[in-house]
Design a protein. Structure first.
Length: 99
């Protein structure tokens, strides 16, 4: 019984620890300002990204998860994207042209 409770507690802790990771990404509207394929970066003008602690909009460069994403957009495109923070770097995980 004691071992079962320990396993159950470990499973619950693991499930709870995943919640912040699931809540990190939020869809944000932006505009492509610059694409640097060589560096794997994109500069976006965007609104607040509350999940990353950004309470106001700004223009900033992001890394991209997959450099192939940079071929899907052009400078001036209105986009919707999701970004996550890994250490001190911000990475675009998904990006698509706005409809």
């Amino acid at each position: 019984m004691k071992k079962t409770m320990q396993i159950l507690a470990a499973a619950m802790f693991a499930a709870i620890s995943l919640l912040p990771a699931c809540a990190q990404a939020e869809a944000v509207q932006g505009e492509v300002r610059k694409i640097d394929e060589a560096a794997g970066k994109i500069t976006l003008k965007h609104g607040p990204i509350k999940s990353l602690g950004m309470d106001m909009g700004m223009t900033m460069a992001f890394r991209v998860k997959d450099p192939a994403m940079l071929k899907e957009v052009q400078v001036g495109d209105k986009v919707e994207f999701e970004a996550e923070q890994a250490g001190s770097a911000y990475t675009v995980m998904k990006i698509q042209k706005s409809k």
